[in-house]
Design a protein around this ligand. Structure first.
Ligand SMILES: NC(=O)c1ccc[n+]([C@@H]2O[C@H](COP(=O)([O-])OP(=O)(O)OC[C@H]3O[C@@H](n4cnc5c(N)ncnc54)[C@H](OP(=O)(O)O)[C@@H]3O)[C@@H](O)[C@H]2O)c1
Length: 314
């Protein structure tokens, strides 16, 4: 019987590669994202596209019902979709913070709830949750995104123990930086959300480091291969760390006192620029582009980033 996978975040980055790898292995793949147009690359390869917003619980239910009606089961759920709400905890508006948790945590958790009954009944199945190194390593101005990934990691740990007696394996794929344009978007968002306020100095440093990280990132292909191993290996690991220092960050930060972890982060943000790497020119170009777009937008009196800063009580 052809195995069936439901992959979220299938229109770009890691998810697009996961879809391709599963299709190459002959799987039936349901590819999820918010727009049919952005799913065209996946559907033209043979995936079946489903337009869903992870923040909309109803659309998740409709999607799973459709897959079960067409394919009668879901063998693997890959919870990969996600985005990063950047900016100081104080600056990010409550609605934006809530949406971050709805999409990155509650959407993934709801999908797990929807596929589990069938998996438990069949006595087999896999749920692969793509978390992040930021589940362990919390930088300033990444609090809301980090909270979402730490929460997803915690849910994954509980779910792994709950589901295993039923033959369902729940796996955490935990990447460090991945070259999907993420770091450029992070730098732009951080500068935009926390520019001109009390955190603008640290915002500039966080943004500069994000752009530098681009040169040390894993390829989406590498992360997708870890997802594939998590989804198909007869004996998957509980957690796949992908990228330099990700496993170390996970272990070390649990043992270090908070003050020592904070000191390491401070030194990292304040330190000299990282050694030039192959991605640095691209990082600088992206940085220039961000500055240009911001200057243009400010001159035209509009925001390039669809976020407003949280307002204090007066
Ligand atoms: N890139 C990194 O450095 C990095 C590092 C560690 C972990 N991760 C995690 O890896 C996952 C994939 O990252 P990536 O770099 O491949 O991201 P990406 O290139 O930005 O792609 C994100 C995917 O998620 C989908 N998505 C975003 N918001 C959605 C929503 N509300 N409803 C449905 N789909 C939504 C997007 O689809 P549409 O926009 O087309 O709807 C897109 O397919 C994320 O969970 C991210 O947190 C990334």
């Amino acid at each position: 019987m052809t195995p069936v996978a439901l992959v979220t975040g299938a229109s770009a980055g890691i998810g697009a590669v996961v879809v391709r790898l599963l299709l190459e292995r002959g799987w039936t793949v349901y590819a999820v994202a918010r727009s049919a147009a952005r799913l065209e690359a996946a559907t033209s390869r043979g995936a079946r596209g489903i337009v869903v917003d992870l923040g909309d619980e109803r659309s998740l239910e409709v999607a799973v019902r459709r897959v079960l009606a067409e394919a009668s089961r879901i063998d693997v759920l890959v919870n990969n979709a996600g985005y990063g709400e950047q900016g100081a905890v104080e600056d990010v508006p409550a609605a934006a913070a809530r949406r971050q948790l709805e999409v990155n945590v509650l959407g993934a958790a709801r999908l797990a709830q929807l596929v589990l009954p069938g998996m438990r009944e069949r006595g087999r199945g896999r749920i692969v949750n793509v978390t992040s190194v930021v589940a362990d390593l919390h930088l300033p101005l990444g609090g809301w995104y980090g909270a979402s990934k730490a929460a997803l990691g915690a849910l994954t740990d509980s779910l792994r123990q709950e589901a295993r007696p039923y033959g369902v394996r729940v796996v955490d794929v935990r990447p460090g930086p991945v070259s999907t344009g993420w770091q450029e978007r992070e730098a732009e968002a951080v500068r935009w959300v926390s520019a001109g306020g009390g955190y603008s100095g640290v915002a500039d440093r966080v943004a500069a480091r994000a752009l530098e990280r681009g040169s040390a990132s894993s390829t989406p292909e590498r992360v997708a291969r870890a997802v594939l191993a998590a989804a198909t290996s007869p004996r998957p690991r509980d957690r796949y760390f992908v990228g330099r220092g990700v496993r170390l960050a996970h272990s070390a930060l649990r043992l270090l006192p908070a003050a020592a972890g904070d000191a390491l982060v401070r030194a990292y943000l304040a330190g000299p620029p990282a050694r030039p790497g192959p991605g640095d020119a691209a990082g600088r170009r992206a940085g220039d582009k961000v500055a240009e777009r911001r200057a243009g937008a400010e001159a035209a009196g509009r925001a390039t980033f669809p976020l407003r800063r949280a307002a204090p009580i007066r």
